[in-house]
Write a protein that binds this ligand. Structure first.
Ligand code: SF4
Ligand code: SF4
Ligand code: SF4
Length: 182
């Protein structure tokens, strides 16, 4: 009969634990092989990305695909529909946290950049840009913030099934230009 001391030596020497360690390694590598990400062409900017993430401050932020931007004087992602006038007073702006910075380029063009530390992922600017502009603003899960939960809370409740798993070596999905959309 095997002694207690011998049993423990075999156990912690890796003998009996080997299958479990192998399984844990497989699970870990499977988790690392895929990441959660938003398909911007499916997202309808419902607003749930702001509040559904398990983090206190959502891992979802607005990002800007500059190549698609019109650098508009009157950006519909920046300005409210019902603005009093086109100035930078908070009541005229769409973003509730002043996370969009507007910089003059040359007449009549302005550049719009997102301060991700202030962005709460509400998607209001994305909705405005998609409705009246080029759709160059979109929501993205930022991987340096995301905890890569086994089951993403946002994916569970997203009404358009826009939160999907992507290969870790292709962690971002960018907007497709309108001409190649199917
Ligand atoms: S929950 Fe889905 S549809 Fe709503 S903002 Fe997030 S990704 Fe878009
Ligand atoms: S409107 Fe919402 S999603 Fe857009 S930059 Fe501001 S906080 Fe971020
Ligand atoms: S995987 Fe977790 S941390 Fe990442 S976006 Fe989803 S709920 Fe937030």
């Amino acid at each position: 009969m095997i002694s207690t001391r011998k049993f423990l030596r075999v156990l912690f020497g890796g003998g009996l634990l080997a299958p479990f360690l192998w399984l844990a390694g497989k699970r870990k590598s499977r988790k690392a092989a895929f990441l959660w990400q938003i398909d911007p062409d499916k997202c309808i900017q419902c607003g749930k990305c702001e509040t559904a993430c398990v983090l206190e401050h959502s891992a979802v932020k607005c990002v800007h695909q500059y190549a698609a931007c019109g650098y508009c004087l009157f950006c519909s992602g920046y300005y409210q529909d019902k603005r009093v006038k086109f100035d930078t007073a908070a009541e005229n702006l769409r973003c509730p946290t002043d996370a969009i910075k507007r910089t003059y380029i040359e007449d009549p063009y302005f550049e719009y950049t997102i301060d991700e530390s202030a962005c709460i992922g509400c998607g209001r600017c994305v909705k405005g840009c998609a409705a009246y502009g080029n759709g160059s603003l979109f929501l993205q899960i930022r991987h340096e913030l995301c905890k890569q939960c086994n089951q993403c809370r946002i994916a569970e409740i997203c009404p358009s099934h826009a939160v999907i798993r992507v290969p870790a070596d292709q962690p971002y999905i960018f907007k497709r230009p309108p001409e190649v959309k199917t």
